[in-house]
Design a binder for this molecule. Structure first.
Ligand code: NAI
Ligand code: AKG
Length: 439
């Protein structure tokens, strides 16, 4: 057996840091390499941008309700800060690895650059299923993680936010814990906090609103408008449910939504206004709600979402869901990536051949971090905009982003939209690195 540092760490400490040959990190690195080549950037740039600047691995002991101590494994990956402080969410998921976290941090660097934000990219993660913790255990873990990463974050250093499995309440606990360490309130160190704790009400639905606005802007360009176009959304968490809600508000017809318990399908369109009326519901319970209150058909296989005959498919759950083995099922003409990394490169090549347009994650789901930026600006100034004013600012940035990438893509007929987005994002980072004298 070959012993390298990674499998030694795994055997000694059980650290989950391995990157598989077909994994998420490999896909992101492949896309990055392609972007560097298409953009004509020098190899030295790839050498720097293909590695994280700093990686922190932490162990978080939590006293469980049964009195025993459990130690959770966590990370904070700071990928690149050429454009400003590190910025990106925190994921609580039982299967997340350090390799996934690096991939997600790289996507944040590209996303923040593309959106014109003054941020670099980062991502955090803890290997845990938050649904299996009591409220007290979850609070202990969240505070423990904030303490563990506290030496490396700060409101002008690295500003975390939520991702899969985390939410505004968790950001509130983390902000409170960090403020205690500093000895004073530090609202700008985490974003997507509850409105009661210097958050902005728009952040809860910002990513979904951004995905919906992106879809509308693309539908205008491809078909003249979104009105009546049919849409299927995978995942009813923060991103998926608010995407479905705003697609409905903007005139699209959401005919199917899914979560891990299956698909809710209604040919004439689901009543997506029920999402706002049932704010306490998310995930599987929202799928059940559409079945019980809205007369939707319940398809038990969650993967049936891919084969539904719609104009637009929006994967908004997790990475690597549209792959070589199921891409043949996809009937949509437009795929808008609400999730990070939902389409594998193999599947994307197949979709490209069939003329299906894929709007990449770093463009489509940037609404979350754009809103985080607006909240951070508010927090640093202790000055707050109202919900309407903030929403307008967010929408304007998203509309401008789509136009920028679409126009670039139109000029390069052999490129995918992802290529156009990555090259545009890399240009800004490259200029900053060059001006700093890093390369
Ligand atoms: N929360 C945010 O502001 C942002 C999130 N994202 C990305 O969007 C995606 C979703 O994130 P959130 O909504 O925040 O997470 P979440 O934890 O709120 O929701 C994820 C949902 O997906 C469901 N799910 C998981 N596997 C599934 C499957 N195979 N089929 C159907 N449903 C499945 C889960 O049960 C859960 O309800 C992730 O890729 C995340 O990185 C991207 C930008 C910002
Ligand atoms: O709002 C943020 O800072 C992070 C959002 C995020 O994690 C993402 O866009 O994937």
């Amino acid at each position: 057996m070959k012993y390298n540092l990674l499998n030694l760490l795994y055997m000694k400490f059980g650290l989950h840091i391995m990157a598989s040959e077909h994994g998420f990190l490999t896909h992101v690195l492949g896309n990055l390499r392609r972007g560097v080549e298409l953009g004509g950037f020098p190899e030295d740039f790839y050498k720097v941008i293909s590695r994280p600047k700093r990686v922190l691995q932490v162990s978080i002991p939590v006293k469980m309700d049964n009195g025993q101590i459990e130690v959770f494994e966590g990370y904070r990956v700071q990928h690149c800060d050429a454009l400003g402080p590190f910025k990106g969410g925190i994921r609580f998921h039982p299967e997340v690895t350090l390799a996934d976290d690096i991939a997600l941090a790289m996507l944040m660097t590209l996303k923040n650059s593309l959106a014109g934000l003054p941020y670099g990219g980062a991502k955090g993660a803890v290997r845990v299923d938050p649904k299996k913790l009591s409220a007290r255990e979850l609070e202990e873990l969240s505070r423990g993680y904030a303490r563990a990463i506290a030496p490396l974050i700060g409101d002008v250093v690295d500003i975390p936010a939520p991702d899969v499995g985390t939410n505004a309440q968790i950001m509130a606990w983390m902000t409170d814990e960090y403020s205690k360490i500093k000895g004073h309130n530090t609202p700008g160190v985490f974003t997507s906090k509850p409105p009661e704790l210097w958050g902005n009400p728009v952040r809860e639905y910002a990513t979904g609103l951004g995905v919906a606005v992106t879809t509308r802007e693309m539908a205008k360009r491809l078909w003249g408008g979104i009105e009546g176009k049919t849409v299927a959304v995978q995942g009813m968490g923060n991103v998926g449910r608010w995407t479905a809600y705003w697609i409905g508000k903007l005139g699209g017809r959401v005919v199917a939504v899914s979560d891990i318990n299956g698909v809710a399908y209604k040919k004439d369109g689901l009543d997506t206004s029920l999402i706002a009326e049932n704010r306490s519901l998310s995930g599987p319970s929202l799928v059940e709600m559409f079945v019980s209150k809205n007369g939707a058909e319940h398809i038990k296989n969650p993967d049936a979402i891919f084969s539904i005959d719609v104009d637009v498919l929006i994967p908004a759950a997790i990475e690597n869901v549209i792959r070589g083995d199921n891409v043949g099922l996809v009937k949509a003409r437009l795929v808008v990536e609400g999730a990070n990394g939902p389409t594998t490169p193999e599947a994307e090549r197949e979709l490209y051949k069939r003329g299906v347009v894929v709007v990449p994650d770093i463009l489509a789901n940037a609404g979350g971090v754009v809103m985080s930026y607006l909240e951070w600006v508010e927090n640093l100034q202790w000055y707050f905009w109202d919900e309407e004013e903030t929403r307008k600012r967010l929408e304007a940035i998203m509309v401008n982003n789509v136009a920028k990438v679409y126009n670039r893509w139109q000029k390069e007929k052999e490129w995918t939209m992802r290529d156009a987005a990555i090259v545009t994002a890399l240009e800004r980072i490259y200029k900053a690195m060059k001006t700093r004298g890093w390369i």
